[in-house]
Design a protein around this ligand. Structure first.
Ligand code: HEC
Length: 490
């Protein structure tokens, strides 16, 4: 038996959000005599495009059923000699709070495999160890084990919450005896009231838009960033934000010293502040739906840019969010009724150039495809560094998180009697039915997830169609996370 690194490493973590990982201990080879090692493929968590949050094994036995054990570090990192239970030379390094089966259930032809971590609480440390079944392993129990790995998830110290915002272009017009531009007099103040106060008394700021750098590194040329719609406590001065389990969008950011984000030529009618002068950043284009307390703006090719203030930065200034809002989407997007003067109307009808708008200026533009009519939408903002509560993702409940999805996504329209699956019954009855549709070895292969998922995204053919366009659907993510947490009837 070969010995690898012997000592348990103590990792010192700085608050700067740096990633750290370390292997420790010895492996316990299978029948092929190779050392199975926990590995972390090519920095996938930090790479772009992100290949998923994954932990791998190399040096295992081809075809062996394998499971990744995950423990919290340091409380769940242990060092048990397994000689006494018939595994001489083997050690257990992790007291697992979670087991994940290797993708596909068994190790590949090279004895390698990967487990995808669906939810990775930020700013915490975990320990990992692989075990696999191997009848030919040279010990009484046909089990082999890898070495251990301790890893810290980058913390979100580099999270910024937009603390003020103003729509710069197009402008908002409404008929008040005469056609009036209410962008700066009514619309932007209302927007900022959502951002900086708690109008509905739920102790949370009414609208929170955040972006987080994973991690923020002013010296790197690029990195990953997430767009998040968090819950942030009121008042704004001491706000703490808690993160949803999945970001709205994840993309790359690029640092620059000159111009980070500018307007598209010929698409503005009013002044827009651009993000210029270093150090500044810009994201790659993504589809992003801004939801500011019910003011929903679905943007294509959305980018965010801004200038760092301080090092480490405490604020982003000269911020710009830009993206294309198609006219057909704006026609069908309704403004919340409580918005002064323009509530209850379609988004298009309040924008200069939209159907039914009174503005003499037609501010519409052509979209990125050169054909679609709509608006290049420009919002200037300032964002402040905020504290993020790094509570682990809460345990999901069948009754309150999962069960309402069956009604909410219309599954129960058919699954009272269709397809031999009844989702319309009581919580308890439907739970029993759902259990029969779960693949615990390989949660993403569970029929309860694959049937409603579009076939281009790994779904299977379903008479009920594809409710989930892709795996980013929040309900898909909820069901998946619930299965991984053990599919409890709670
Ligand atoms: C328009 C009707 C309809 C809707 C809506 C519908 N389904 Fe189905 N579903 C069916 C039918 C019919 C079958 C059986 C034939 C098949 O598998 O396509 C089925 C099969 C299934 C199965 C496999 C059942 C088994 O025992 O093999 C699952 C799981 C499932 N549906 C889940 C869902 C979920 C979850 C939703 C909501 C997101 C949903 N379905 C919405 C009609 C529907």
């Amino acid at each position: 038996m070969r010995f690898l690194v012997h000592s348990l490493l103590v990792l010192t973590l700085t608050g700067s959000g740096l990633w750290a990982q370390s292997n420790f201990g010895v492996s316990c080879p299978g029948s092929n005599g190779k050392d199975p090692l926990v590995s972390y493929p090519a920095n996938a968590w930090m790479a772009f495009p992100s290949t998923g949050e994954a932990v791998s094994i190399v040096g295992g036995v081809p075809g062996a059923p394998a499971v990744l054990m995950i423990g919290r570090h340091p409380s769940g990192t242990v060092n048990f000699d397994l000689t006494g239970i018939g595994m001489p030379g083997c050690f257990q390094y992790v007291t697992p709070f979670k087991f994940l089966a290797v993708d596909g259930g068994v190790l590949d032809g090279n004895g390698a495999g990967t487990a995808i971590l669906p939810v990775v609480p930020q700013g915490q440390e975990f320990s990992f160890q692989w075990i696999f079944l191997d009848a030919g392993a040279p010990r009484v129990l046909g089990v082999a084990a890898s070495d251990g790995m301790v890893a810290s998830m980058p913390s979100l110290q580099s999270a910024f919450r937009i603390s003020s915002a103003s729509l710069a272009d197009p402008h908002v017009f409404t008929n008040q005896v005469v056609c009036t531009d209410i962008t700066d007099s009514v619309f932007n103040p209302a927007l900022n009231a959502f951002i900086d106060s708690d109008g509905n008394g739920d102790l949370l700021l009414d609208a929170s838009l955040m972006f987080s750098f994973r991690p923020l590194d002013l010296n790197a040329s690029e990195g990953i960033m997430d767009f998040v719609l968090p819950d942030c406590t009121s008042p704004i001065g001491t706000t703490v934000c808690s993160l949803p389990t999945t970001p709205e969008a994840r993309t790359r950011y690029t640092n620059s010293q000159s111009i980070c984000l500018d307007t598209e030529p010929g698409t503005t009618n009013w002044p827009v502040l651009t993000s210029t002068g270093g150090p500044c950043f810009v994201s790659d284009p993504v589809n992003l739906t801004l939801n500011l307390n019910g003011v929903v703006v679905p943007l294509q090719d959305a980018q965010i840019g801004g200038k760092y203030l301080g090092n480490p930065p405490t604020q982003i200034t000269e911020g710009l969010i830009r993206g294309f809002l198609s006219e057909s989407v704006a026609d069908s997007t309704m403004l919340p009724p409580e918005l002064p003067l323009i509530g209850g109307q379609s988004l298009a009808s309040v924008l200069a150039g939209g159907v039914g708008n009174c503005s003499p200026t037609d501010a519409r533009d052509l979209g990125p495809d050169g054909q679609t009519m709509g608006w290049w939408f420009y919002m200037n903002y300032t964002a402040d560094a905020v504290e993020v509560s790094s509570e682990p993702a809460p345990m999901l409940s069948y009754a309150t998180d999962v069960y309402p999805i069956w009604d909410g996504r219309n599954c129960t329209n058919c699954h009272g009697n269709a397809g031999g699956l009844t989702l319309s019954g009581s919580v308890g009855a439907s739970y029993t039915e759902v259990l029969s549709q779960i693949d615990f070895q390989n949660p993403t292969s569970s029929e309860i997830l694959t049937k409603p998922l579009h076939t281009s995204q790994g779904g299977v053919s379903h008479s009920g169609g594809s409710t989930f366009a892709n795996t980013n659907d929040p309900d898909y993510q909820t069901i998946l996370a619930w299965i991984i947490q053990g599919a409890n009837n709670n």
